[in-house]
Design a protein around this ligand. Structure first.
Ligand code: HGY
Ligand code: MN
Ligand code: MN
Ligand code: MN
Length: 393
């Protein structure tokens, strides 16, 4: 199902995807989206934050539409399905509605949110956070990527006006209900033996940046007793995070580290590390981070980069989706530890829901992520049924 865009940003050596927001690959994906919209005669709009909307029918605040979609960017060396499956399925579900000669009571939209993964600038769901005002534009514009480009530089280079970003009430006002279909990032549906499920909740989750400072010096001539090596305290933090996560029943990950200046024959002057911590309940996640900050020596900076509170999806809507998507027996309803744009919209008061498609490996944020063709097709039919049901309002 993903063949038309499978080549874009793909690393042939690993099969993984490199689709940073606003990169060449992302720009090619945006062109693919525009082409899909044009092929269907949909009205294509790009909002002030770079999110893309393709509308069948003209939505208005008095007649808001039903929207399906997800994102096209990836984590570095990500899988093929995380994001694109939701966008491709949204177009395919709209095709099914048309083939059923459905004339929806409300407009139907396909959405693609910008920079969901936060791989480049560190803040996840950037497009939906800016759209809803969760992320202030001035905070976003100052973010820099690994080679020092600011978001403003990159948006300008992409031919957009960076200083228009920010809460977009005009766009929000025409979204009635948002449904995000996403490959499951886990094995809940494998265990349930079902191809499609519905999200009950998204775990609270956040990212913190730790800066460990030391003194650069020669690797060969500096006595151990004379060293101020930030790598040591960084290593202790990683081990402490894992121990605290086990103790508190949450998950903590350090997947990105930047060592400056990065000489193999010199003690570093700075080690920056990003902690990702999540859990079913907010308190133990917060306590883990507090433990680590308290255990850090005076010179260590700890900064919260992003925080998303628990998202409990609307019960009536999720149960309705489970009935419609489940066919004879309601689809399984399950939580997720992964963040999504549907979660950001839900926290901003937009009626949102999620459908999951079975991932036999359960693995994600890796080239090993997978979904079987038959399950992807079942996801499209379930999404079409859900959209048809929601458009009947
Ligand atoms: O990080 C996440 O949970 C999501 O995949 N962006
Ligand atoms: Mn992801
Ligand atoms: Mn995703
Ligand atoms: Mn750059």
């Amino acid at each position: 199902m993903l063949e038309p865009l499978a080549h874009i940003g793909r690393d042939p050596a690993t099969g993984g995807y490199l689709r940073d927001a606003w990169s060449d690959a992302d720009m090619e994906l945006r062109e693919w989206f525009a082409g899909e919209a044009a092929r269907r005669g949909l009205d294509l709009r790009e909002d002030r934050n770079g999110n893309l909307w393709a509308w069948w029918g003209a939505p208005s605040p008095r007649r808001p539409g039903v929207v399906a979609g997800s994102h096209l960017d990836s984590v570095r060396q990500g899988g093929a399905y995380d994001g694109p499956l939701g966008v491709v399925s949204a177009f395919a579900a709209l095709d099914i509605l048309k083939s059923r000669d459905i004339s929806p009571a409300v407009p139907v939209g396909v959405a693609c949110f910008t920079d969901e993964e936060g791989a480049r600038f560190g803040v996840p769901c950037m497009g939906s956070r800016l759209l809803t005002g969760v992320l202030p534009p001035e905070r976003a514009l100052g973010l820099t990527d690994d080679d020092g480009d600011t978001l403003a530089d990159v948006i300008s280079r992409a031919g957009r006006e960076p200083y228009r970003i920010g809460r977009d009430d005009e766009t929000l006002a025409v979204i009635g209900t948002f449904v995000e279909l996403h490959v499951e990032q886990g094995r809940g549906l494998v265990t349930a033996g079902r191809p499609v499920g519905v999200a009950s909740a998204i775990w609270p989750h956040g990212r913190w940046r730790f800066d460990f400072r030391g003194r650069a010096d020669h690797a060969g001539t500096t006595r151990l007793a004379d060293r101020d090596d930030p790598m040591l305290e960084f290593a202790r933090m990683v081990l402490a995070a894992r121990a605290a996560a086990e103790r508190r029943g949450v998950v903590a990950t350090v997947g990105k580290v930047r060592v400056s200046p990065g000489n193999a024959n010199a003690i570093p002057s700075l080690v920056s590390a990003w902690l990702d911590a999540r859990g079913a309940d907010e308190r133990p996640v917060r306590d883990l981070v507090a433990d680590l900050a308290a255990g850090a020596s005076a010179g260590v900076d700890v900064r919260e980069e992003s925080w998303t509170p628990v998202v409990d999806f609307d019960v009536a809507l999720r149960d309705r989706l489970a009935r419609v998507a489940g066919g004879d027996t309601p689809a399984p309803i399950l939580p997720t530890g992964a963040g999504h744009d549907a979660g950001i919209l839900a926290t901003a008061g937009v009626q949102s829901a999620m459908l999951f498609v079975r991932n036999p490996t359960g693995v994600s944020h890796s080239p090993d992520e997978h979904a079987e063709q038959a399950d992807c097709e079942a996801g499209v039919v379930a999404l079409a049924d859900v959209l048809e049901d929601l458009c009947r309002t």
